[in-house]
Design a protein around this ligand. Structure first.
Ligand code: GLN
Length: 489
C-alpha cells in the first residue's frame, strides 16, 4: 500500500512513529498534483514552496514532541473562502482580485495548531453560490471518478483534491449542502456540524445564519479527527457556541443497537435516481440488521425548503456582499465619480449568478415585498425547524439521500438556475434547522459513480451520527478505500 492509499489518521500515525517523513508525504502529494491537477483543477492557489518550508519545521516539532496530535504533518487543502494569512483568497470571484488576508480564519488557525500542513486553496463556486464549481472564476473542477463530470459544489475543489490524492483531507464550507454534496459525488465523508460549533471568523460570509465550515475526508475516523481539531468556541464569532470538547473518536465503536432511526418519506421524491434510492434503503437495512430500530415517517414541510432557503440565502447575500465596493479590498474599477466607481467595480467584479442573487435578495428585502417574501421565508424556516424538533422526539437519527442524482455531467445544469437550486432539496433543510448532517459513501450507480448517504441528528448530537456512520462504514469497508486516488471504473 502506497502513501496515497493511507487515510489522514493512518498517515499521521506513520509520521509520528517516524516511518514516513513529513517532506516525503508532501513530495508524494506534490507528484500526484503534478500528474492530475492540470485536468482536475482542484486548486485555485497552490503554495507548495510555503508548504515545503513549513514541512521542515513541522518535522522538527514532531520529533521534539511539540506536535503530537493525529494530524501532525498531514497534507491538507482549504477551501478558498477561508482566509489564510499571506496567501491570496479569491472566493472564486474577480471582485477579490489581489486580496491577501492579513489574518487566518479561526478554523485555519486551529488546523495549523493541530500540525496540519496546508498546501493550498481549493476551487469553489463564486462565494459558495452553486453546486458544481462551474460558477467559479477559475473554471470548473473535474470529478476524479469521471473527468467529464462535476465534482459537485460548492466545495468541489476540496472534494476532488481528497478523492484524487492531491491532499489527504480538506476543509469545506456548507451553507446549503456544499460539503455534503461534493463529498457524496466524490465518494467521501463530509460533515456539516451543528451551527455555531466551528467559528465563522475568517469564513468569507455568504449567508451568515447558515454558513458553517467542516471537513471532507476519506473515512469517518478522519472526519472525527478533523472535527475535534477545528471545533472551538471563539469570541470573535458572535454565533459561536461554548460546547464541551467534542469527543467523537469514542463514538466510533459504540454501534447502533437500540438507536431509533427515522427515514423521512419526503426525502424519496420523484426526482430521486432509482439506484440512489436502492443504495440508501440497503444501508438502512444493514443498520437495522445491526440492531437499530428503523421506521419511515413524514417529516413535512421539506418541499418548502428550497424556496425558503433561496429567499433567505439571497437576502443575506445581498447584505453581506455590500462590502465589495472597490474601496476596502479587492478589485477597483475607477469610474467618473464615487458612485460610478461602485457601479463599475461591482458590475465587473461579480459573476452572473452572484448578481442574480444580490438582485433577488435586495428585492425580497425591500419595502412592500419584505412581508411577502423575506418574512414569509423566516416563518417557513421556523416551521421546518419545528418539524425537525418534533421528529427528534421520536428518532435519534434521520437517514436519507444527499442528492437526487450522482455527479452530473459538466454543463448539464444548463443556464436554468431553478434546475440547479432544486438539486439542493435534501441538503438545505439541515442548514435551515442548524442541525449536524453527514454525507458518507454507500454505493455506486451503474456508471460506477459514488452514491452518498446522509445522516442527520439533533443539534449537538454529532456523536450519534458518528456511531451510525462508523457502523455503516465498517459493513461497507474496503469498497471504495481500495480505489481511492485511482481513476478506475
Ligand atoms: N448550492 C447551494 C447554493 O448555491 C449551497 C451552497 C453552499 O452550501 N455554499 O446556495
Amino acid at each position: 500500500m502506497g502513501i496515497l492509499d493511507l487515510t489522514a489518521v493512518e498517515l499521521g500515525e506513520k509520521i509520528r512513529i517516524g516511518e514516513v517523513g513529513v517532506e516525503e508525504a508532501l513530495e508524494t502529494v506534490a507528484e500526484r498534483i503534478q500528474e492530475r491537477e492540470e485536468k482536475l483543477r482542484c486548486y485555485v492557489t497552490l503554495d507548495l514552496e510555503g508548504a515545503r518550508a513549513k514541512a521542515r519545521l513541522l518535522q522538527k516539532r514532531i520529533q521534539d514532541g511539540e506536535a503530537s496530535g493525529p494530524l501532525a504533518g498531514v497534507p491538507f487543502a482549504v477551501k478558498d473562502n477561508l482566509c489564510t494569512k499571506g496567501v491570496r483568497t479569491t472566493c472564486g470571484s474577480r471582485i477579490l482580485e489581489g486580496f491577501v488576508p492579513p489574518y487566518d480564519a479561526t478554523v485555519v488557525h486551529n488546523l495549523e495548531k493541530a500540525g496540519a500542513l496546508i498546501l493550498g486553496k481549493t476551487n469553489l463556486d463564486e462565494f459558495g453560490m452553486g453546486n458544481t464549481t462551474e460558477r467559479s472564476l477559475a473554471g470548473a473542477t473535474h470529478n476524479p471518478w469521471d473527468e467529464e463530470r462535476s465534482a459537485g459544489g460548492s466545495s468541489g475543489g476540496s472534494a476532488a483534491a481528497v478523492a484524487s490524492g492531491e491532499c489527504f483531507a480538506a476543509l469545506g464550507t456548507d451553507t446549503g449542502g456544499s460539503i455534503r454534496q461534493p463529498a457524496s459525488h466524490c465518494g467521501l465523508v463530509g460533515l456539516k456540524p451543528t451551527y455555531g460549533t466551528v467559528s465563522r471568523y475568517g469564513l468569507i460570509a455568504y449567508c451568515s445564519s447558515m454558513d458553517q465550515a467542516g471537513s471532507i475526508t476519506k473515512d469517518v475516523k478522519d472526519c472525527a479527527a478533523v472535527m475535534e481539531a477545528i471545533a472551538s468556541y471563539d469570541e470573535k464569532d458572535a454565533t459561536s457556541i461554548k460546547r464541551d470538547a467534542l469527543d467523537l473518536q469514542s463514538a466510533l465503536t459504540e454501534g447502533v443497537r437500540g438507536l431509533r432511526i427515522g427515514i423521512p418519506k419526503d426525502y424519496f421524491g420523484r426526482e430521486l435516481q432509482p439506484e440512489v434510492e436502492h443504495a440508501i434503503r440497503a444501508a438502512a437495512e444493514e443498520l437495522k440488521a445491526q440492531g437499530a430500530i428503523v421506521e419511515e415517517f413524514e417529516l413535512g414541510f421539506v418541499r418548502y425548503a428550497v424556496p425558503t432557503y433561496y429567499t433567505i440565502a439571497c437576502a443575506e447575500a445581498s447584505s453581506n456582499l455590500e462590502r465589495y465596493d472597490g474601496m476596502k479590498y479587492g478589485l477597483r474599477e475607477a469610474g467618473k465619480d464615487l458612485h460610478d466607481t461602485y457601479r463599475q467595480t461591482r458590475a465587473k467584479g461579480f459573476g452572473e449568478e452572484v448578481k442574480r442573487r444580490i438582485m433577488l435578495g435586495t428585492f425580497s428585502l425591500s419595502e412592500g415585498y419584505y412581508e411577502q417574501y423575506y418574512l414569509k421565508a423566516m416563518k417557513a424556516r421556523r416551521l421546518i425547524k419545528n418539524s425537525f424538533d418534533e421528529a427528534f422526539q421520536s428518532y435519534d437519527l434521520l437517514l436519507g439521500p444527499v442528492a437526487p442524482t450522482t455527479a452530473p455531467h459538466l454543463g448539464a445544469m444548463g443556464e436554468d438556475p431553478i434546475q440547479a437550486y432544486l438539486a439542493d432539496i435534501y441538503t438545505v433543510p439541515a442548514n435551515l434547522a442548524g442541525i449536524p448532517a453527514m454525507s458518507l459513501p454507500c454505493g455506486r450507480d451503474r456508471q460506477w459513480l459514488p452514491i452518498g448517504l446522509q445522516l442527520m441528528a439533533n443539534r449537538f448530537q454529532e456523536r450519534t451520527i458518528f456511531r451510525a456512520a462508523a457502523a455503516w462504514e465498517k459493513a461497507f469497508y474496503g469498497f471504495q478505500r481500495a480505489k481511492l486516488g485511482q481513476h478506475d471504473k
